[in-house]
Design a protein around this ligand. Structure first.
Ligand SMILES: [Zn+2]
Length: 703
């Protein structure tokens, strides 16, 4: 479900390092100006301002002052001495006339070519690893991991193209974009995005520190497996099958979800996983248990013994020391490391001097207090109690804390599987068959006949190695790629369902590149938006196969599933936010102190928003997410994504057809999220649509 595109990359490191300028301090209207440490800079700026006014006239004074301050904020010793600075400014200040227009037009087309070709190179380098083309050799992996654009922005500062842009186009704060953005022309928005690209210049060693902390945390999380057959209860029973190895937290949580289908042992398994999660959060888990199939562990008594059974082919290493010594707060040491590395970027981000500000103001472009208000609106909604009562009734027992992962609203669908596989397989024997059907699928979704071929002409379908992904293009001369899984017997239903999701991405990518008025505005505001549009397609998969769409009852259950997931993940996101604030407030904290604080904050959030409906106090499960350790305040993106998806869906339902609305929305381009949403649906980003859909779903089910 990935969407490969510049600025849409799931690799958050890149979004941390590149991005816009804005101010974290409340009420600040202008980008914060960083004092240059060069002693000649202040006087050179003042005299160059007079010189530019002398050459171009008094009308340019404001623009000249702004451009000079923006260049000065990033100019370093290695960029040149005072004479070089003066010559650069005199040469590259474009005034307000035709030359400025030419600079804008050329920047737009050259950056489209640069980004577009870089993306094409990356796509070519990944061909063997992404496509269904036989074995991947180690040398394939080396080139697949190589990013030819990694040093692009550094190079553009070094050759001073970035300075030419900063001298002539405005850096803006989030406040400005939100307060004035609605009045800006499209050209002004494109200028804002152009300058924003060069709003930060991190020294290589800071980038390296962030990448190292990220990679250490990634590795720690990637190897944090629990060998489930080696969990034993008080009677020495093993509830989980041999060989089952679950990654924390994803697989553990999904095992809780899957266990709702196990009517005999489900609750016992779920309770045991809950205990495991709490031992991890509290770091009481014996260190030797992590990723180790050679020890048995009773999570309740927290005792460890050498494994009495073996479910791996190799014998235990001779050095194995069985001990119940707890993990030494490594989880929190990793998180602190990502915080320490992020802080190193603060002085070089004068307009967003904390990671918190960069995440909300630059990456998401929705202020933190608005995000918090939206999430609190969900977790404190009266709908929570009503849905909880329905879950309790369906389960036939009082709720347990792990029921925040209740998955039972998604029933039915699976039984259709085998019939559908046959139908899909005969219709789509290969990737080419899917490609040929795209125009008629778009017609079914209500796109005008004149548009379907034009859009489909820019999409190429390839057989994928994995489950599928959509690789958009960043320049108009290259097609978007739809990668989909095709087995020897053709596509199956699961593959088709994912392919339709990816098709939604591709159609958005094509329209938002080819039909947007400025390529500097190509795309959508952030990944949540492109996912929302892809889900609109995915929900229509049965109709695209010529079958009945799911009935109203199934739709209502799906909405309740979305609501319950959002309720759960909103609390997790609020905890992520609280933890980052705590770290900034306690910069010298030890891992043990961070652990205690995290547990206390998780408990407080639970007691405020979950205990009233779950009827259990002091639960700490919200702290189990691995993203909190290795993803630099990424978690709020998930609940925001659910809210956005429902807003888009609500609008399309009201319009009665997908095609024309999709076409209209995808042309809005990468303006601020609230502006995009207001233009798309008449409302800024918010929880209203999800809550209204939940209310309607409850009504539908006779509640
Ligand atoms: Zn997706």
């Amino acid at each position: 479900m990935k969407d490969h595109r510049r600025g849409m990359t799931p690799d958050w490191i890149i979004t941390i390092v590149a991005a816009g300028a804005l101010c974290a301090c409340a009420g600040c209207e202008r980008p914060v100006e960083k004092e240059s440490t060069l002693n000649w800079m202040a006087s050179a700026r003042a005299s160059m301002e007079e010189e530019l006014v002398g050459v171009h006239g008094a009308a340019v004074r404001e623009a000249a002052r702004r451009g000079l301050s923006q260049v000065a904020a990033f100019w370093r010793m290695e960029d040149g001495d005072e004479q070089t600075f003066r010559e650069f400014v005199a040469t590259h200040f474009a005034g307000t006339g035709d030359v400025r227009d030419e600079l804008f037009a050329r920047s737009q087309s050259l950056l489209e070519q640069l980004d577009g070709h870089m993306l094409e190179i990356s796509r070519e380098l990944r061909m063997q690893t992404d496509l269904d083309r036989g074995p991947i050799h180690p040398f394939d992996e080396i080139m697949a991991a190589y990013d030819p654009s990694a040093h692009l922005n550094e190079d553009l500062f070094a050759n001073k193209f970035a300075f030419a842009v900063l001298l002539n186009f405005p850096l803006t704060t989030l406040d400005q974009r939100l307060e004035q953005g609605a009045q800006w022309t499209r050209r002004e928005w494109a200028e804002v995005r152009l300058a924003q690209r060069f709003s930060r210049r991190l020294p290589a060693e800071v980038n390296r520190a962030i990448a190292e902390a990220a990679s250490a945390a990634d590795q720690y999380i990637a190897e944090y497996n629990i060998w489930m057959h080696h969990l034993v209860d008080g009677q020495g029973r093993r509830l989980f099958p041999a060989g089952l190895r679950l990654l924390s937290h994803w697989n553990l949580r999904d095992e809780i979800k899957a266990s709702y289908n196990d009517t005999t042992h489900g609750p016992e398994k779920q309770q045991m996983i809950r205990t495991v999660m709490e031992r991890i959060i509290r770091q009481e888990i014996p260190a030797v248990v992590v990723n180790n199939p050679y020890v048995d562990w009773n999570p309740v008594t927290n005792t460890v013994t050498a494994a009495a059974v073996s479910d791996v082919p190799t014998p235990p290493p001779p050095s194995l020391a069985v001990s119940d010594r707890p993990e030494p707060d490594t989880r929190y040491a990793m998180l602190l490391k990502t915080f320490e590395a992020s802080r190193q970027a603060d002085p070089y981000s004068p307009t967003a001097p904390t990671l918190i500000a960069r995440r909300f103001n630059e990456d998401r472009e929705i202020p933190e207090q608005r995000v918090r208000a939206m999430l609190e609106e969900v977790v404190s909604s009266p709908m929570v109690g009503r849905v909880a009562a329905l879950i309790e009734e369906r389960l036939g027992r009082p709720l347990e804390p792990y029921d925040i992962w209740y998955s039972g609203f998604r029933d039915g669908g699976a039984t259709l599987g085998s019939e559908l596989d046959a139908r899909v397989g005969s219709r789509y024997p290969d990737a080419g068959a899917f490609q040929r059907e795209i125009p008629s699928m778009l017609l079914t979704l209500g796109f005008p006949a004149g548009r379907t071929r034009a859009i489909a002409a820019h999409i190429m379908v390839d057989p994928a190695r994995g489950s599928g992904h959509a690789w958009g293009s960043a320049m108009r001369s290259a097609p978007a790629r739809l990668r989909t899984r095709v087995g020897p017997g053709g596509m199956d239903y699961k593959g088709f369902n994912i392919a339709v999701h990816e098709l939604g991405h591709n159609v958005e990518q094509v329209i938002s590149l080819h039909d947007v008025d400025y390529t500097l505005l190509q795309g959508v505001p952030n990944t949540a938006f492109t996912e929302a549009l892809a889900f609109v397609f995915q929900a229509e998969d049965l109709r695209l196969l010529g079958l009945e769409s799911p009935d109203a009852r199934a739709g209502a259950l799906k909405t309740l599933n979305d609501f319950w997931q959002t309720y759960e993940i909103a609390g997790v996101a609020l905890l992520d936010m609280a933890v980052w604030h705590w770290m900034y407030d306690h910069p010298g904290a030890t891992p043990a102190e961070l652990k205690e604080a995290t547990i206390a904050m998780a408990r407080d959030l639970w007691n405020r928003y979950y205990a009233p409906v779950m009827k259990h106090e002091d639960v700490i499960l919200l702290a189990i997410y691995s993203h909190m350790i290795h993803s630099f305040l990424y978690l709020p993106d998930y609940p925001i994504g659910h809210l956005i998806a429902h807003q888009v869906k609500q609008r399309m339902r009201a319009a009665g057809a997908i095609g024309p609305e999709f076409d209209r929305m995808a042309r809005i381009g990468r303006v601020a999220p609230d502006l995009w949403m207001s233009e798309a649906t008449g409302q800024p980003v918010g929880a209203g649509a999800l809550l209204a859909a939940t209310e309607e779903a409850l009504h539908q089910l006779g509640r």
